[in-house]
Design a protein around this ligand. Sequence first.
Ligand SMILES: [Mn+2]
Length: 476
Amino acid sequence: MAATWSMGPGTLEVPLSLFAKNRDRLADKLKSGQLVVLQGGEDVSHYDTDIEYVFRQATYFTWVCGVREPGCYFALDVSTRKSYLFVRRLPEDYEIWMGKLLSCDDFKNIYAVDEVHYVDELQKVLKSLNPEKLLTLSGPNTDSGLTAKEAVFEGIDEFKVDNETLFPIIAELRVIKTPEEIEVMRYVCKISSDAHKQVMLYAKPGRKEYQCESVFLDHCYRVGGCRHVSYTCICGSGDTGATLHYGHAAAPNTKIINDGDMCLFDMGGNYAGYAADITCSFPANGKFTEDQKLIYEAVLAGRDAVIREAKPGVLWTDMHLAANRAMLDHLKKGGLLVGNVEDMIANGIHGILQPHGLGHLLGLDVHDVGGYLPHCPPRPSGPLARLRTARPLLANMTLTIEPGCYFIPRLLNNAKNNPDQAKFFNWDKVDKFRGFGGVRIEDDVLITDAGVENFTFVPRTVAEIEEHMANGANFK
Ligand SMILES: [Mn+2]
């Protein structure tokens, strides 16, 4: 029986017990007589053509069984703890175009589940297990507002179906990572860190942003076996660094990097479904100006405050404010802001300079699930409403810490026209930063009993970045 999955020599061997443990944790929370049924993702065509997107599995499905192909169902019988995978019954032709047809026994070995049947046997097999109830998955993703796709199959109306019980339980289990999951996260963050370091050595004035993106993709895939990145790469430089979701189809990282630009590169690999999400900001020419140093170190002060203070029991909303305070204080000392930092916060100055939240849960989804489950603090109103969670931290959560400072023309203009906000800015200085873009520092961390374990290994201080870009020093 295959005990692991990997992308070959030199890449991480992921034990299939990772998924078995997730199933055990789930069964522990459920009752005898309940039968969990999940439907995996389907192939998606490019519009009306016969070309398909490279398949990516639904993340709840990955969590429970790690199955990497489309068109499957999965069932977990809570009474016996037995796992059932249902795969497509493929035509003989498949073998001509796609490779050897695998038997159910082959799949059993590949995914280490108890039984494998074809999807057309699903209703019959589930019936034979005589469950009191089927538990299907339905619930809101609080980042996207979309709903998890509930399992449906022919003959499901012959069962008693409960689509409410499963979602909050499985989402909460996903928030707390097991040692096996943490090992995968460490790996994908290390690969992504190394890829960022390669990008920093490659980037220079005259190169295009997308060429830097390409170096990142190459390292993650060629060295780390990451076939996917976790989200569209954001490769801003100079003023494009102030566009928070730069890199999309209408702004595809095409600017030429100029001497004097700050680069803001937000990119993360994906391995075995698990996501990294790392941002590095650095001067394109390898040497910080005084202005760049001021903004960079203000953001770094925010990052450092959270790394210092984060631990189980601490509220994420408080961490957000701690980062904001440290940043505003640094900018005040640098002469960009004037007045009392608490007054600045009361008047929303932090939301002008950093319109996004401090960070988010991280896992199989880059914005991972569980931010606002029914038992958690609700989404705050006002300036903290953009936070993707307001939860107290728990040991074995994985999150990003990503404070930033941006000079976004529209927000600066709003502040200038608002007397309650305008008074906190030294406009003679601040106006000179229009076109600067922004700085974000994003680390991926594990909350431990003692505090924080940082999975991110990139040059972070001004001295480390300059040293790395000058000499390629290898930060471990
Ligand atoms: Mn992020």
